[in-house]
Design a protein around this ligand. Structure first.
Ligand code: SF4
Length: 518
């Protein structure tokens, strides 16, 4: 194949215009040549050819998929309703557009997403599945189960030539368990599954159900901590429900993301900044992760009408940056800020910031004004080399209403780099008040994460995932839990990570990987 070097438009012998090849095409050709033994493996070239590094440079390929169009019990004034879309989503948002193209079919959404990621050079053996779209807990249980059956089938079939969609089953939940079991050995393993829901839908029954479905992370819409703001925006919920949901989720080992929304009607800049301080100053909240979505006036929302009447104004970009600066300063080192802006096409935004690269803008602000964000996202190592001797074990302990949280991490404090961390939950009363019988007497590992270049399952590597940080953290928390008087340690493990724990003496009990202390 020949490509023009002089910028002049050329045609091949058939008269077809020639062009520069895309990165994906070069990568595909490179892989073919490596497979045929014509070219040696070149890790640097491969890394350079990978598009959109952030999709997998935390070691995991993230796949977001949408549930079908469906209403939500909420009436939140800022939330858009578009025909043929699940509540809150707009058809031109990237994940929504992909879902629409696949007719919201989970099997097709996943298969086509994996194809695209693979073509662009991303490893696809470890998948974090993020299910978005309205309120998960409000969908009919039959739909929830069938949706997840589609997801597991797609991951299990991918790259095998099989199509399990023709398989018949009598009992949906039993079949789901079978698919989960198969996924433990699949090429694309689901190592985490998250859903979005409302805090007032988190009951004991829902906790049990989320675990049966394999959910490991819950994203809950909190938005604001003041009841008067929640009332004005028709959230139909008091903040007390957030506190209850938070403890229930944490005591079942879930990782937890709060969605927060500065600039809501009824609030002020000062109040919003203080709200982030309140999140982390006491025992009531303490989320593990944050998605911060500054309020925007969107087409198809009630707030749009309020704004048109002049009853609501949004901040300028400078004001938004000022609030984000204030908010970020409160975020402790054990929290990861996943998002600071919702990626909504500007055509929908009637008022509000359109700085879609707000994270980079904040990075620039830090450099210019000499301040730092301490969150995990701002410190995790990416593609750099890892020398284990440069990292030391750090420990942070904090209380929530019904237990103690330990955040242990391998950090290079001089360079502000974090290579691995774990969250250990020590529930009060030695875990004997747990909702799920399997967790009685257990300390909980809610998260164990190592950063660095992604290495395929079973592959070798020299980055943090392979210098033993994960195992050393695990050994440390086992000691701590045993010394604290717990009879066992339970891990809320994604299906695809069960094998890792099995090799370390854990066994599957209920939906958790459990190790008993002698
Ligand atoms: S609960 Fe969530 S999805 Fe439902 S209306 Fe409110 S913001 Fe929208």
């Amino acid at each position: 194949m020949q490509y023009p070097k002089d910028g002049v438009r050329h045609t091949d012998t058939r008269g077809v215009a020639m062009r520069m090849p895309t990165k994906a095409e070069i990568l595909a050709l490179y892989r073919e040549l490596v497979e045929e033994g014509v070219e040696p493996v070149n890790v640097l070239a491969e890394r350079a050819l990978r598009k959109l590094k952030t999709k997998s440079n935390s070691g995991i390929a993230v796949v977001s998929l949408l549930t079908k169009p469906f209403p939500c019990p909420g009436r939140c004034t800022y939330c858009p309703t578009e025909e043929n879309m699940p509540k809150s989503y707009l058809s031109k948002e990237p994940a929504a557009a992909r879902a629409l193209m696949n007719d919201f079919d989970p099997y097709l959404q996943i298969t086509n997403r994996l194809k695209a990621l693979e073509m662009n050079g991303h490893p696809i053996d470890k998948i974090e599945m993020i299910v978005i779209g309205g309120t998960w807990s409000f969908y009919h249980p039959v739909y929830q189960e069938e949706f997840l059956i589609g997801c597991y089938r797609a991951c299990n079939d991918y790259g095998t030539g099989d199509d399990s969609r023709t398989e018949k089953y009598m009992d949906r939940l039993a079949y789901l368990l079978l698919l989960q079991d198969r996924n433990e050995r699949a090429k694309s393993r689901i190592i985490g599954l998250s859903i979005e829901t409302r805090p007032d839908y988190i009951t004991d029954f829902e906790i049990e159900r989320l675990r049966a479905l394999g959910v490991t992370k819950a994203e809950i819409g909190v938005q604001h901590l003041d009841d008067d703001v929640l009332k004005l925006t028709k959230r139909d919920m008091k903040i007390e429900r957030v506190k209850t949901a938070t403890e229930k989720l944490r005591n079942a080992g879930f990782k937890m993301v709060y969605h927060m929304m500065p600039n809501l009607p009824g609030s002020t800049k000062e109040r919003d900044i203080a709200m982030f301080g309140e999140l982390f100053s006491g025992e009531d909240f303490q989320p593990d992760m944050l998605k911060i979505y500054p309020c925007m006036v969107l087409e198809h929302s009630e707030l749009y009408e309020t704004w048109k009447k002049g009853d609501f104004t949004v901040w300028s970009d400078e004001e938004l940056i000022e609030v984000m600066r204030g908010a970020k300063k409160f975020v402790p080192p054990y929290v990861r800020i996943l998002r600071v802006y919702r990626d909504i096409p500007a055509s929908y935004i009637k008022a509000g910031s359109t700085i879609s690269n707000l994270r980079q803008v904040m990075d620039e602000d830090m450099k210019k004004n000499g301040w730092h964000c301490h969150c995990i996202r701002c410190r995790e190592i990416r593609e750099g080399e890892v020398n284990a001797d440069d990292f030391t074990l750090s420990r942070i302990e904090y209380r929530t209403k019904t237990g103690t949280e330990l955040f242990l991490s391998w950090e290079n404090t001089k360079k502000r780099k974090l290579a691995a961390f774990t969250r250990l939950r020590l529930p009060d009363n030695n875990g004997n008040d747990a909702i799920l019988p399997v967790l009685r007497g257990a300390a909980l590992i809610r998260e164990l994460h190592t950063y660095g270049r992604h290495t395929p399952i079973g592959g070798a590597g020299e980055q943090s995932q392979h210098v033993g940080f994960g195992r050393r953290l695990l050994a440390e928390v086992e000691h701590i839990a045993k010394d604290a008087g717990y009879t066992k340690l339970a891990v809320i493990s994604g299906i695809g990570v069960r094998e890792y724990y099995r090799k370390l003496g854990y066994r599957l009990e209920g939906t958790y990987m459990v190790k008993y202390f002698q």
